[in-house]
Design a protein around this ligand. Structure first.
Ligand code: HEC
Length: 125
């Protein structure tokens, strides 16, 4: 009986040490992995669509390039060639602009083409 008790104590002690050992690295590592350390999912495989990129223009040119107040030029229905020329001229500094040079500098030729194809098919109001 006494021996049995001793055995139980020893087993318990070994178990406790084992637990401590197993837990030690957990104490060393941060308990919660910060969200920032989580790797981001891979980016989209296809380039953004003209429609998606056009959303960044909405603040000034109106949703879908349609304007209710004529503060800025609407883009809806603008002929493709005119749109592409305007964007490239803004980007290259050939057309004077207060804002559009900065905007246009962010887009490649392919992206400008994609937006042109989007805006031309939006019906102006
Ligand atoms: C911060 C406001 C702002 C944003 C955002 C903006 N624009 Fe403009 N846009 C202007 C202004 C202002 C003009 C007039 C030229 C100038 O002064 O820059 C203009 C002019 C234009 C013109 C010439 C219109 C014409 O009738 O000749 C085009 C094309 C154009 N923007 C396209 C875009 C596209 C495409 C986007 C989104 C990728 C965009 N703009 C985002 C302010 C903006």
């Amino acid at each position: 009986m006494r021996l049995h008790h001793l055995t139980l104590t020893l087993v318990g002690l070994v178990f406790a040490i084992g637990l401590l050992g197993a837990n030690a690295p957990v104490f060393a590592a941060p308990a919660v992995v910060p969200a920032a350390a989580t790797p981001l999912p891979p980016g989209p495989k296809t380039p953004p669509s003209g429609a998606a990129m056009a959303q960044t223009c909405a603040g000034c040119h109106g949703t879908d390039g349609r304007l209710h107040a004529a503060a800025f030029m609407p883009l809806a229905g603008m002929p493709t060639a005119q749109f592409v020329q305007a964007m490239r001229d803004f980007r290259d500094g050939k057309r004077p602009a207060t804002l559009m040079r900065h905007v246009a500098e962010g887009f490649s030729d392919g992206e400008i083409d994609a937006m042109a194809r989007y805006f031309v098919q939006v019906k102006p109001e």
